[in-house]
Design a protein around this ligand. Structure first.
Ligand code: PMP
Length: 289
């Protein structure tokens, strides 16, 4: 596997980061997860725009333009000869002292991995997922801005531990006020009486690229959408429930806190979203060559 690291495509064994890198020492950095289908990178510019916005919000300066970063991503995918897969792009603050001060880090480091990912077993895409509410809360926006896709994922990892310990594969995380925020790596959608609802970004959800795609597809499918604060009650009584994310794609939820959702099978409207998403992802995007 060839890894793009600070301007060069190197062998996996040569792709090394300093132990003094603040991404490792403090989780000081930002990242993106991007998919490619049929040798086309899905929503590449949108992901890179979000990356630059995340970086800007944490005062992390990238020594490349968004156009250059898009080119590096395409080069990395091309160098690895995959038709379909998942890209992990990480920007760290770079090497600095052992103290927190980010201004002592001279230059940001960036690496790009083009590989594959499988978030949930395939059977759950067909039969649906069981999820639970976890005790671990999303940090308040004043503590960690939810729009920033930072390297600080310990909160989500603790939520994932709770899910696995409860024999579930995914956890719904609430915010400090008790409103539904998101899952550990996915955005949440529910359908109730034909209306599609998703939590507000300001309630602690990432402004997911797949979330935006679903809201666009809803317009095309004639499904009305509402972004609002949701409670567990809204999720308990919904007709259909699904999760979205670049790695997860679109996956139905059929049980929540051991309550059956809808008919206990993936919902009909959810299936239409899955099909529309597949169609769009498989036919659009930045070509690899
Ligand atoms: N929430 C979190 C916490 C995530 O890590 C992700 C995955 N990037 C998402 C939501 C979904 O976002 P996207 O559709 O942009 O991948």
């Amino acid at each position: 596997m060839k890894i793009w690291l600070d301007g060069e495509l190197v062998d996996e064994s040569a792709a090394k980061i300093s132990v003094f890198d603040h991404g490792l020492l403090y989780g000081d950095g930002v990242f993106e997860g991007i998919r490619f289908y049929n040798r086309r990178v899905f929503r590449l510019e949108e992901h890179i725009k979000r990356l630059f916005e995340s970086a800007r919000a944490i005062v992390l300066e990238l020594p490349w333009t968004p156009e250059e970063v898009c080119k590096f991503v395409v080069e990395t995918v091309a160098a690895n000869g995959l038709d379909d897969g998942y890209i992990r792009l990480v920007v760290t603050r770079g090497s600095g002292g052992l103290g927190l001060n980010p201004y002592l880090c001279k230059r940001a480091s960036m690496f790009i991995i083009a590989g594959t990912i499988s978030l949930y077993p395939q059977e759950h895409y067909e039969n649906g997922l069981s999820v639970i509410t976890c005790a671990t809360r999303r940090p308040a926006p004043a503590a960690l801005m939810p729009q920033v896709k930072s390297l600080n994922y310990l909160n989500n990892i603790m939520a994932k531990v709770e899910a696995i310990q409860a024999d579930a594969l995914e956890a719904v995380m609430l915010n400090e006020q008790g409103y539904v925020a998101e899952c550990t790596g996915d955005n949440i959608f529910i359908l109730r009486d034909g209306v599609l609802y998703t939590p507000l970004v300001s309630d602690g959800a990432l402004d997911g690229v797949t979330r935006r795609v679903i809201l666009e597809l809803a317009d095309q499918l004639g499904v009305p959408t509402v972004e609002k604060s949701l409670t567990r009650y809204d999720l308990y009584i919904c007709d259909e429930f699904f999760l979205t994310g670049t790695a997860a794609e679109v996956i139905p939820v059929v049980a929540y806190d051991r309550r059956v959702i809808g008919t206990g099978k993936p919902g009909e409207i959810t299936k239409r979203f899955i099909a529309a998403f597949k169609e769009l992802a498989g036919s659009t995007g930045t070509p690899i060559d």
